[in-house]
Write a protein that binds this ligand. Structure first.
Ligand SMILES: Cc1ncc(COP(=O)(O)O)c(C=O)c1O
Length: 427
């Protein structure tokens, strides 16, 4: 069984105290902390192996290439990839989704449709919106009141014009776990390409791209104990091979003449320029760390954390939390507000009619900065999901997001902190 206190010992940052208080880090949906093994792997690469990969015919370069390609295989295996050549190293999920929108977008025409959902992160909205200029239509599947995806609405919005369906596996605000396998099946029935944004699932639960049958999945290393600046795009190799390249330059070519160029095979076709070798090796060390714990254990621990938060929240008057309550539909993300935080539109309307917003409400930024005084890091704001905020009719939320080093005691401290904060605000 996962012991968060023991896990915490592997993370050097938790030795630090801020204003004499231990760090309680509950902003894991934004980025996670790094275990010593990941930091050491990066240091070891720079101290002992640093050289450019793929091109050098000398020992150091051969070793670095070997380590880089072994990292690719390890990360690809972690998500059930059949073929390590389907794993393209990118900077993060955002870059993976931009790559897909740009490369797939080249073959999209006026009136072709891309289907997203209202719970997407901006990085799975804005790259597709770039295609609106050429007449591509973007549709958004709605949510149900419980924060799950409205499957009837989703199905009704797929038409014979839908070329791409791109959906988050787990919402970074609601914690909703979408039924990726079913969404892939429906999309494929309509011959649409199915893309999974795995930024909040790959770090937190077993994800098997073969079982889901997604065409592409995007994820970020820094959200799964790895370094910033490295992430993955996994694609079915036959699809990736047919996709035009995203960036041009060294590494991604086969031949270049003054007349034109031909492309390298995948994955290098999508890795123009010198790659981020050290961080790929760091990500591979993060994968080893997670494999050692076991992704089922990670998922189980986060379910326990969220269940505990549901139990504790009952003692907070005036707290409203968002997202599904059934644990099998819920990841370890806990968004909430103290009192009503109406959307700007509703707030303007209330003010115009001289209707006071409940005195007992506290803006999420105030919640986060009050909680910070207790050494607890949570996030507040729109969480890069403004269309979702509009759908929920809120300006913003506060969000605690859990990972393997968080404990029930920390959740106790969060709720005690919230009680103190609301008291300080005179509620
Ligand atoms: C669901 C989801 N998708 C994509 C992203 C983008 O991740 P990154 O900023 O690492 O590219 C995030 C980041 O929070 C996310 O939560």
């Amino acid at each position: 069984m996962l012991n968060p206190t023991k896990v915490k010992n592997d993370f050097p940052i938790f030795r630090r105290k801020i204003d004499g208080k231990e760090i309680i880090y509950l902003d894991n949906a934004a980025t996670t902390q790094k275990p010593k093994s990941v930091i050491d792997a990066i240091k070891d690469y720079y101290e002992n192996f640093n050289s450019n990969v793929h091109r050098g015919i000398y020992k150091l370069s051969e070793e670095a290439t070997d380590m880089y390609e072994k990292a690719r295989k390890n990360v690809s295996d972690f998500i059930g990839g059949n073929d390590q050549n389907g794993l393209v190293f990118v900077r993060n999920a955002t870059e993976a989704l931009n790559l897909l929108a740009s490369s797939i977008g080249q073959s999209l025409k006026r009136d072709d449709e891309v289907l997203l959902t209202l719970m997407e992160h901006h990085s799975n909205i804005v790259p597709w919106q770039f295609l609106m200029g050429k007449g591509v239509k973007i549709k958004y599947a709605d949510l149900k009141e419980d924060g799950t995806l409205n499957m009837e609405d989703f199905t009704s919005k797929i038409t014979q014009h839908t070329k791409v369906v791109s959906v988050t596996h787990v919402s970074n605000v609601l914690g909703t776990i979408n039924d990726a396998k079913e969404l892939a099946r429906i999309s494929h029935e309509k011959e649409a390409t199915f893309i999974l944004d795995g930024a909040q699932s790959v770090p937190h639960m077993p994800v098997d791209v073969k079982d889901i049958d997604c065409d592409y999945v995007a994820f970020s290393g820094h959200k799964m104990l790895g370094p910033m600046g490295i992430g993955g795009l996994y694609g079915k190799p036959d699809l990736l091979s047919k996709l035009p390249p995203y960036m041009g330059g060294g590494e991604m070519i086969n031949t270049v003449t003054t007349e034109g160029s031909t492309w390298a095979d995948i994955p290098l076709k999508f890795e123009a320029g010198t790659p981020n070798v050290a961080d790929a090796i760091g990500l591979s060390a993060a994968v080893d760390y997670l494999k050692n714990i076991g992704m089922k254990e990670v998922r189980k621990h986060e379910s326990e954390m969220i269940l505990y938060a549901f139990q504790e929240e009952k003692y907070m008057e005036n707290l409203k939390s968002f997202g599904p309550r059934s644990l099998h539909l819920r990841g370890g993300v806990y968004s909430f507000n103290i009192g009503d935080i109406p959307s700007f539109n509703i707030q303007r309307e209330l003010e115009a009619n001289s209707i006071r917003i409940s005195r007992a409400s506290m803006h999420p930024h105030d919640v986060a900065s009050e909680i910070d005084k207790e050494g607890i890091a949570i996030r507040s704001g729109h969480h890069c999901a403004m269309p979702l905020m509009a759908r929920l009719d809120v300006q913003a939320t506060a969000r605690a997001s859990f990972y393997i080093y968080n404990s029930k005691e920390e959740i106790d401290k969060l709720f005690i902190g919230l009680q103190n904060a609301t008291a300080r605000f005179g509620h």
